[in-house]
Design a protein around this ligand. Structure first.
Ligand SMILES: [Zn+2]
Ligand SMILES: [Zn+2]
Length: 244
């Protein structure tokens, strides 16, 4: 768990939440990264984690025993160090990841082009999104023109160069981010870090890739992003209509 009540002062990253990892992960690389979600805190950014060898011991023991505890020798780390350890140890089939991104792009690209032209998206004066209703509204001369149903995929921060999935973001309402959690579940099935990890080092392109994965999953008609103070908010459009 990353326990917000228990903070740690890291010499590299300053004050962050406490996280727990097996000794092997902290010291090693490419050892596999097994996550244990706390049912009380399913959106935890940094669930307890251990390596593949620890996981075998846990399986053989049939649960968290003294023998497992001794073998895992759980260490306490700051949440930023946790992310470094995760990125170093996560092992996945890159072919599965690239296939998913490719197929997601080829699904959404023609639909997105059709969305842009049908609703003249580039011609409206302004946009506003309302997370309470999960709507994106394009307007002109103060009059709404196009109203779209949206689901947020996540945000890209230009100050930290990280992607953060919407499901981790406490400032977003459930109605507009719940679908992003389904992508985490898909990632758990496929073993893909980019889908499972709540936040990681990324580029703006990664933002489009993850948004396209959500778009395909939701059978969306388009993708969109809006600028914020320090980056972009990415979303998928599931439905649109002219209201002007
Ligand atoms: Zn281990
Ligand atoms: Zn640290």
């Amino acid at each position: 768990m990353s326990d917000s009540e228990h903070q740690i002062e890291c010499s590299r990253h300053g004050k962050t939440n406490v996280t727990f990892l097996c000794r092997h992960l902290v010291e090693g690389e490419k050892l596999g990264f097994n996550l244990a979600y706390d049912p009380e805190n399913p959106d935890d950014l940094c669930p307890d984690a251990w390596c593949d060898e620890c996981d075998k011991v846990l399986d053989a023991e049939g649960g968290w025993t003294g023998k497992f505890e001794k073998f895992a020798d759980i260490k306490v780390l700051c949440s930023r160090c946790y992310e470094d350890v995760r990125d170093r140890n996560w092992v996945q089939d890159e072919e599965i990841f690239h296939d998913l991104v490719r197929s997601s792009f080829s699904f959404i690209e023609p639909r997105h082009e059709a969305f842009l032209s049908e609703y003249k998206v580039d011609e409206h004066e302004r946009w506003d999104w309302y997370q309470e209703t999960a709507k994106l509204v394009f307007s002109h001369n103060g009059k709404p023109q196009v109203e779209a149903d949206i689901q947020f995929s996540g945000t890209f921060s230009t100050s930290s160069n990280t992607w953060m999935w919407a499901w981790v973001n406490n400032s977003l309402s459930e109605i507009v981010k719940s679908s992003s959690r389904e992508i985490k579940e898909l990632g758990e099935e496929l073993g893909l870090k980019q889908l499972v990890a709540g936040r990681y080092a990324a580029t703006e392109v990664d933002g489009w890739e993850m948004t396209s994965v959500l778009a395909k999953h939701l059978n969306a008609i388009g993708v969109y992003r809006t600028p914020s103070d320090n980056g972009f908010t990415y979303m998928v459009i599931t439905l649109a209509k002219w209201v002007g």
